[in-house]
Design a protein around this ligand. Structure first.
Ligand code: 2AM
Length: 171
């Protein structure tokens, strides 16, 4: 199964991100990520066998994660897949260090695919027709986080769907 580690936004922030996705959609077109799917990917694990997924769920359920606060303040785009996102202008040190420590643990469990660069972002649009985000008002968001989720990604008839398999403990 296809797995990734992510931060899931608290409900009020999810709604706010959904509003930003609406604005971005009006400006750039493409496919808007539905509110329930909005997230910040910390590590994309790729295809993982079921037995290893169970071991990873157990690991996540016992993995303490330091609390933090992320402040997305910029729009951005990834040209090739036509992604429009919100993220931060400068890399957030706490998130970069969380991502690195999660990958450290993942590699010890035999997972490969650590990216050479981590750009924390929340994808709002896919296959956007315009990737010009300069006209959009900069976001002003606060994302308090305490937990990492292990999420399974699958595609139903219409689109990608996500199912949370495990969460790190609330300490
Ligand atoms: P994205 O938000 O930039 O599209 C679930 O698919 C999550 O994993 C998405 O958030 C996606 O990032 C990320 N993802 C999907 N395929 C990936 C890949 N091949 N490499 C890195 N990240 C990927």
């Amino acid at each position: 199964m296809r797995l990734f580690l992510a931060l899931m936004p608290p409900p009020a922030l999810r709604r706010r991100l959904g509003e930003l996705a609406e604005w971005a959609h009006a400006h750039c077109g493409g496919r808007r990520v539905p509110d329930e799917s909005l997230h910040l990917t910390l590590a994309f694990l790729g295809e993982i066998p079921e037995a290893q997924a169970e071991a990873l769920s157990t690991w996540v359920a016992g993995r303490d994660v330091p609390e933090g606060e992320w402040r997305p303040d910029a729009w951005g785009a990834f040209r090739r897949p036509g992604i429009v996102w919100v993220g931060s202008q400068t890399p957030d040190r706490a998130l970069v260090s969380l991502q690195a420590s999660l990958w450290h643990d993942l590699e010890r469990q035999g997972i490969t695919g650590r990216p050479s660069r981590f750009i924390p972002h929340v994808t709002l649009l896919r296959r956007a027709r315009r990737l010009e985000t300069a006209g959009l008002t900069p976001p002003d968001l606060v994302w308090p986080y305490r937990q990492v989720a292990l999420v399974r990604s699958f595609t139903d008839q219409y689109r990608a769907r996500y199912q949370t398999l495990a969460r790190s403990p609330l300490t």
